[in-house]
Design a protein around this ligand. Structure first.
Ligand SMILES: C[S@@+](CC[C@H](N)C(=O)[O-])C[C@H]1O[C@@H](n2cnc3c(N)ncnc32)[C@H](O)[C@@H]1O
Length: 206
């Protein structure tokens, strides 16, 4: 099924604190997730440091890690104008890097983008159902339109196991799935994820 962007997301209020990003009152990103973002970035980078697409800038934690690891090109899609402005400022720290920022929703531009060697996908959904729908739509889009052959996708999935419906959806579009666990504990005031011991990071290869 084709997914749609969160309605009027670009008009919602943004609150940026040192340890979190709130949009429309939702906790969208929190600093405690840093080790998870780093792990996903490392897995993607180990597969390819060539042309990488990142969907969702947030607090720029994964983008910063990817820049420190080093990429040939780094394209970032971010629809919210305030977060996009943060990304513009962030970009100035990397004058020698080839960073392209796109102020839009991935759903609007999926047919206009070239193919990449790797994708880091981390957007926002208010409910689990919506998150599943968007990820499943993106798996298909990534494999059919956005990834070169042998290209890889990592996506936000803060869980202990890869659920069967995810295995099914991934195996429709990808030939190999790499799963790596890491120890992690969520912040007690985080409402969208509860991690008591460990989580998995996933890399799906076309
Ligand atoms: C959880 S944050 C990303 C966190 C980021 N990985 C980090 O390390 O800070 C999600 C971001 O996705 C953006 N977003 C929401 N809907 C989107 C869409 N349809 N396309 C692209 N980005 C989207 C949000 O505005 C937000 O900046």
């Amino acid at each position: 099924m084709i997914s749609k962007p969160n309605p009027d997301w670009e008009k919602k209020d943004v609150v940026i604190k040192n340890d979190r990003l709130l949009i429309d009152g939702y906790q969208v990103m929190m600093r405690w997730e840093t080790p998870y973002m780093h792990k996903m970035a490392e897995m993607l980078h180990a597969h390819s440091n060539n042309n990488i697409l990142e969907v969702g800038f947030g607090m720029g934690i994964s983008a910063t890690k990817l820049q420190h690891l080093g990429l040939k090109t780094h394209t970032i899609i971010e629809p919210h104008p305030k977060i996009y402005n943060l990304a513009l400022k962030w970009k100035r720290h990397y004058p020698k890097s080839n960073i392209m920022l796109i102020n839009d929703y991935w759903q609007n531009i999926r047919d206009l983008l070239p193919k990449y060697d790797g994708i880091f996908f981390d957007t926002f959904s208010a409910t689990t159902e919506e998150a599943d729908l968007k990820r499943f739509d993106f798996f298909k889009t990534a494999s059919e339109k956005l990834l070169k052959s042998n290209g890889a996708l990592t996506f936000y999935y803060m869980k202990k196991n890869l659920e069967l419906n995810y295995q099914d959806e991934l195996l429709k579009s990808f030939s190999k799935i790499i799963i790596e666990p890491q120890e992690l504990k969520s912040s007690p005031d985080c409402v969208y994820a509860s991690v008591d011991k460990y989580v998995i990071s996933i890399l799906a290869i076309k």
